[in-house]
Every structure is written in C-alpha cells, then in structure tokens.
Design a protein around this ligand. Structure first.
Ligand code: GUN
Length: 281
C-alpha cells in the first residue's frame, strides 16, 4: 500500500470528544429522538450505535420503535408530538421506511429546526444555496475527513459517484461550497471510469461492492469510500477495491473505519448545534 490512510475512527473520536466538551460547557443535555419502524437488523445496529454514542457525548437519546405496519398517519402524529416536545432538539427517522409510507411526506413533517439529518427541503435548499444549516451527516463527515487529512479542495477536481439525496447530491453541494470543481456521475453516465480518473478527489457512494477499480483512480488522488456492502461470505467491503486502489491513490479511507464513524459523530454535532440554535431563537 502506498496511499496514506485516512483514519475515520480517530478523527471521529476527536469530534465526539469536542461535542462532549461543548455540551458540558453549555450546561444542558440536548435531546435526540430516533424513530425506527420495524425490525430491520441493519437499522437496529445503526440505531444502537447512535444511541450509545449520543449518551457518551451527554445527549439524551430516545429510541422510538414502532411496528413495521405502523400507518403513515400514526408516524406523522408521532413526529408532530416530537416537534412540539421542548426536550427534543433533534429528530431522526431511520430510512428506508416500509413500503406504503411516503418518505417525502414524513421528512417534510419534521420541524426543519430539529431536522438533524438535514433532509427537509428547507435545509436541502439552504445547502444548495450555499448557506448550510443542518447538513446531512455522511457528506458532512466526509468534508471533515478531507479537512483533517489536509486535502486541498479549492480548485480541485472532485468527482462524486452516486446521486442519492442522502449522500451524492449534498456531497456535491458541500464540495462546491468549498470551491471544488464538481462532477456528479451515476449509473447512466458515459465512461464512468474515465470520468473518475480525472478526479483529484474521488468520492464513491453507489452501494456497489468494490466497483471502483485501480484503473479508475488518478495516481495520487484522494479516494473516499462511502459504501458499506456485505459480501456473501460476511466480509464488509466498500464501493472501492481497497487493496488495489491503495496502490494508486495518494490517500484513501478504509471500510470499515473510514466514513462510517464520522456519520455518527456528525449526527451528535448536528444535534448539539440544533439545540444551541433553538435556544437562541
Ligand atoms: N439510512 C441510511 N443512512 C441514513 C441516514 O443518514 N439517516 C437516516 N435517517 N436514515 C438512514
């Protein structure tokens, strides 16, 4: 391996510690509600991880588990209650939602001031307008990794592979706000490999195991892997073929231990920031 490893675990630990210190000096405990429908095992793991990290940072985390067959009306009523609860500063509804529930209606029901996922159209619009307030946690975590690893963004060619609302699109907005020259590529793009090879900063967020091969990576480029995929043999792999791309890249994130820990740490930071802003209003 020749690439420098960007260690998400240690950068996330430092961010969590800084959130914990800020909470201690704020003198109150922010409240975070995590709403989960059904018993999806992957979601259950995420929710437990979020719960534990929140408590360790001094955030009162409340998990609200609803049956998989909860109606949309019931879910909306739960959100309404959390919107009006002064002890709750952040609301996160775990996605994906069961079929039959309109995800957009649910996201739009969340008070934008408590939208710690940054998915509400008001927060999406502010980010697209270059005035981020509550920003989606995964792309925010990637920006903090790039900053911590001293990767120059101004004027750099950044290619984002994937155009999801949760990751690809907000990622592109944040890179643009950092003065990168941004290209989004996706399943319909011509010459995916060629587009990716032009990148100084390549960000993979497609959910396809080891799709990015060394021939897609410009020598010396920074490669950020947002994918978390489980191989049939149980091994966790990213969207990037790590071992071989690390021979070409200048810096690279591992999976696990790269972007994943940053997502959780940024959720805590968003919750604290939402709490502080709400107390100023
Ligand atoms: N499911 C996968 N990633 C996310 C996320 O960042 N937020 C929520 N709410 N659900 C998710």
């Amino acid at each position: 391996m020749t690439a420098r490893l960007i260690d998400g675990r240690s950068i996330a630990a430092a961010l969590r510690a800084s959130v914990a210190r800020r909470i201690t000096s704020a003198g109150f405990r922010p409240g975070l509600a995590v709403v989960v429908l059904g018993e999806d095992p992957a979601s259950a793991v995420y929710v437990r991880t979020k719960d534990r990290a929140a408590r360790e940072a001094g955030i009162d985390a409340r998990s609200i588990r609803l049956p998989a067959d909860t109606t949309q009306a019931n879910l909306l009523a739960t959100i309404e209650q959390l919107n009006g609860d002064p002890a709750i500063d952040g609301i996160l509804v775990q996605l994906p939602l069961p079929r039959g529930i309109d995800q957009h209606a649910v996201i739009e029901a969340i008070d934008p001031a408590k939208d710690v996922d940054g998915f509400h159209p008001l927060n999406v619009g502010r980010l697209a307008d270059g005035r981020p307030t509550l920003t989606p946690c995964t792309p925010l975590g990637v920006m903090k990794l790039l900053l911590a690893a001293d990767v120059a963004m101004s004027g750099a060619r950044a290619v984002v592979l994937g155009r999801s609302s949760i990751v690809g699109r907000p990622m592109a907005s944040l890179l643009l706000a950092a003065d990168a020259t941004v290209t989004i590529v996706h399943s319909r793009s011509r010459d995916l490999a060629g587009e990716c090879r032009r990148a100084d900063i390549l960000i993979a967020a497609v959910g396809k195991p080891e799709m990015v091969q060394p021939g897609w990576v410009r020598p010396g480029a920074t490669v950020i892997d947002i994918g978390i995929n489980r191989r049939p043999n149980g091994r966790l792999v990213g969207d990037v073929a790590f071992e071989t791309c690390a021979l070409v890249a200048g810096a690279i994130t591992p999976v696990p231990g790269g972007v994943g820990p940053m997502t959780v740490a940024c959720l805590l930071e968003n919750t604290l920031n939402a709490a502080l802003r709400r107390r100023l209003e």
